[in-house]
Design a protein around this ligand. Structure first.
Ligand code: FAD
Ligand code: SIN
Length: 471
């Protein structure tokens, strides 16, 4: 019998893991929307790796630790940094055409917290390019079965071991379940994350009894373009890496734009008390900006704004879950049979605040390490039992509860937190949870993760990294 691995999620972690697992196992890739829908597809800045002659592993390690307020696992940081270049090469071999400099070498850009230029990118649409290459490879692989528009509901456990996955279509019993469901940005009203990112995998793992860590460290990205009533749109940190300024309502620069994100976000947030804050790239030419940042340029053009002429209004928004389901360096969670990779995992790489462009890197490294580890496991019992689950459609009440939950999170678990705010936030989230029908799957998952974030934030009394408390 051949081993069967079920992977949940089709972001870069899930796709890369599927492709590598398919070398030795049959893979079922379950994803709740179309295969492209994920945070990965919207990633702009790029992937960090030591590739330049001026750079050193020790510098990337040092930058990662500094950004993470030294709350990181040093061993994990070291192995991720050292394994990075081989995965960039693997992506190139799969056909990803990273942007090149005028000499025909990889164009390395810079973002906040990096002491060197070390970020490979495809203009400002890196995630889309990597996803496309991985999707093409996965679609053509005879050992991978892709199941789109299939929501995973829960893990199946037998005697403290995860033995399968329940989805809206039924029960899949498999040799290993890999959660690659991404973060939980949707628990906030303002986020860069797409609507599918509702914390499902983290909530499933918590319900099953897996250990999670560092959930209080929610990273807020300092520069989203935001107009009231519209979904925020990320203005990549690479804009600042290439020289864009931040200006307050008086037109003055107020912060070193290339500090790690937590510091810049708080600084922008404070300036917003006095008025609008802007990104300013008017000192660069249209041809440079259009060529280097075509996605951002075109999005702003829809609102009749141009980077070379206009100040662009910005705001910090929820961006990244630094913690997650705790795993070892083979993707193993505390529950036998359950593996977690990508943003849903806590590997110890990011510490208290993730360094820019280290997330896609973490997805690649741990997808690969997990796939490798899975060659060691035996094939057991595999089968599928169909049982369709009918879920209620969102109605005014559930939409209202979702907004209520998001607003509680912005107030209580936002950029600046307090003991009183967190305490009342936990109570409010619990009250929302109590009123939910368990078949409101995503909303229930959001509430579970929201409560876990607030509880963790309440326990950590001192500010650290992107967890900032006034009392
Ligand atoms: P995702 O890419 O979020 O994929 C999760 C997948 O799981 C999706 O396919 C989703 O549909 C599926 N799923 C979720 N729940 C279920 C369920 N219940 N059942 C079935 N399927 C489910 N990081 C960088 O390193 N560099 C960058 O330049 C960068 N830019 C970014 C820009 C934006 C706008 C955003 C939002 C993030 C960015 N990040 C960047 C962060 C990075 O993109 C993410 O952390 C990373 O892509 C997460 O990948 P993932 O595979 O873990 O999860
Ligand atoms: C960005 O392009 O600013 C996002 C990069 C990241 O999240 O690492």
């Amino acid at each position: 019998m051949r081993r069967e691995v079920v992977i949940v999620g089709s972001g870069i972690a899930g796709l890369y893991c599927a492709l590598l697992c398919a070398q030795h196992s049959r893979v079922r890739l379950v994803t709740k929307n179309t295969i492209v829908e994920s945070s990965s597809s919207y990633a702009q800045g790029g992937i960090a790796a030591v590739l330049g002659t001026q750079d050193r592993f020790s510098k990337h390690i040092g930058d990662t630790l500094r950004a993470g307020a030294h709350h990181n696992n040093r061993h994990t940081v070291k192995l991720v940094v050292q394994e990075a270049p081989q995965h960039i090469q693997a992506l190139i071999d799969l056909g990803v055409q990273f942007s090149l400099d005028p000499r025909g070498k990889l164009d390395l850009t810079r973002e906040g917290g990096h002491s060197k230029r070390r970020i490979v990118h495809v203009h400002d649409m890196t995630g889309q390019a990597v996803e496309q290459a991985l999707i093409a490879a996965v679609r053509h692989h005879p050992n991978i079965r892709i199941q789109e528009n299939e929501l995973a509901i829960d893990l199946i456990k037998r005697r403290n071991r995860v033995v399968g996955l329940q989805t809206v279509k039924g029960y899949y019993y498999a040799d290993a379940v890999v959660i690659a469901t991404g973060g939980a940005g949707q628990i906030y009203p303002y986020t860069t994350n797409p609507p599918v990112v509702t914390g499902d995998g983290v909530a499933m793992a918590l319900r099953a009894g897996a250990k999670a860590r560092d959930l209080e460290f929610i990273q807020f990205h300092p520069t989203a373009y935001y107009l009231p009533g519209k979904q925020p749109f990320l203005l990549s940190e690479a804009l600042r890496g290439e020289g864009a300024y931040l200006r307050n309502h008086e037109g003055k620069r107020f912060v070193n734009e290339l500090l790690p994100r937590d510091k810049v976000s708080r600084s922008v947030y404070r300036q917003q008390r006095n008025g609008l804050v802007y990104l300013d790239f008017r000192h660069r030419s249209k041809s440079f900006l259009l060529n280097r940042f075509p996605g951002i340029y075109q999005r702003l053009a829809q609102d009749k704004l141009s980077l070379e002429k206009d100040l662009i209004p910005i705001t910090p928004v929820a961006h990244y879950l630094c913690g997650g389901v705790h795993t070892d360096n083979h993707g193993r969670s505390s529950l036998p049979g359950l593996y977690v990779i990508g943003e849903a995992a806590h590997t110890g790489l990011h510490g208290a605040n993730r360094l820019a462009s280290n997330s896609l890197l973490e997805c690649l490294v741990f997808a690969s390490r997990t796939a490798k580890y899975l060659t060691r496991i035996q094939a057991h019992h595999q089968h599928f039992k169909a049982k369709k689950m009918n879920l209620p459609k969102p109605d005014d009440t559930s939409i209202g509860l979702r907004q209520q939950l998001q607003n509680v999170m912005w107030e209580a678990g936002g950029i600046i937190r307090s003991a009183a705010g967190l305490t009342s936030g936990v109570q409010a989230v619990r009250a929302i949870q109590a009123s939910l029908d368990p078949r409101q799957v995503e909303l229930r998952n959001m509430a579970i993760v929201a409560e876990a974030v607030l509880t963790a934030a309440l326990k950590r009394r001192r500010s650290l990294g992107c967890h900032y408390r006034v009392n």
